[in-house]
Design a protein around this ligand. Sequence first.
Ligand SMILES: [Zn+2]
Length: 409
Amino acid sequence: MKENKSMRDNFTKKTLDILAKRVGGLCSNPNCKSSTTGPRSETTKIVNIGEGAHITGATSKGKRFDKSLSREQRKSPDNGIWLCGSCAKLIDNDPTRYTDGILKQWKQHAEDAALRKVEGSTVSHANMIDNKISYKKRRQESNSPEIVGKTTSISLPLSAWTRFHEIDIKYDALFKKLSLLMRNGEYEQAIDCYWKILYFTGTRERWDDRTILSNKLLALSRKEKDYKTTGLILAKGQAWPLIYTGDYDLAEVILEDALKCFKKDNEYSKAGIYYEYMADIFDQKGRLDLALVCYKEARKRYNKDIDEELVELKRKFVITKYEDKKSGSRIVALEFLIEKFSKIKNYKEALAEIELSKSLYMLKDNDEALNRAQHAYHLLNDKIIMPRNAIKAKEVLCTIMEGKQIVEA
Ligand SMILES: [Zn+2]
């Protein structure tokens, strides 16, 4: 980049500025995404470690040179990609691997991601703050005792968040389709597409997208006075990711809102989701009594729906959890539940594994206990990615390895 011959079609300062800003100043390599600008010690200066790299070469001796382009085209923002210094070197050292096709793909993804951030951030932020305020108020009014589980600072495995590449491609296509449908005001089809997208948002990184999308669709469904859909978006799009990440209090507030919507539309059976998720929360908080009441109500609401079977399994799991840990029937029941949950890929599989591990350890079957705890931790930490529950699994794992006694929270 240092040579400055007239034959070299360098980017202008303005073009570089455009390239950087279109991707929010982040490196466009999807495996890097480093920030390339920041404040310098002098308050009026910024530090820049980013580079505008040429997608097809700037000179005939450059990498990926395309002689069919005019000089103007070669210098235009269309032919540039914003990268951090080390990624710029990387792509020039290995042009057979980093083809112009790949670079164009990186650029498109990075720009899409930046756009989503800009479009979504204001709505999502305002909404969350609103929810937090109304939650605080409700707490003050209700005077109910605080029953929040302990929080621990945790680090999430970044590699796990970014590895589902194939899913990502399908996901991005759906995302674009949804934007188009929303722009054209095709409400029904947009909602349809939204549910498909939620199916792909299993990984932690996508939960941010899920929240942003849900906020947008929420605004639409509210405008349409489609209470049933509004309730479903609140429950599945907003509350559910919060339950996963362990923000139970905020999830509860949003679920209350969802229930109001179902009531408005006389959606008796859909309110089953409210009871099911509330039960999940109570279960996580160790409130056996309330969890059982809610699962029972959810079953009644679902009435022969496919969800009824899952809720019944969850209910059985709560009962089993509180059985005597040394009882043989507890072990049999847990093995049965693990198999069932595993078949439908439900996260309770991992939670049941933790419980089974505890029983086995108390019965001195240390090897199998260790196996089970390890499997649970692997599932929760790398696959399902539920940070709070992953910590629980790790605690059991450490307890067994150190030969300590199991302490119940
Ligand atoms: Zn980079």
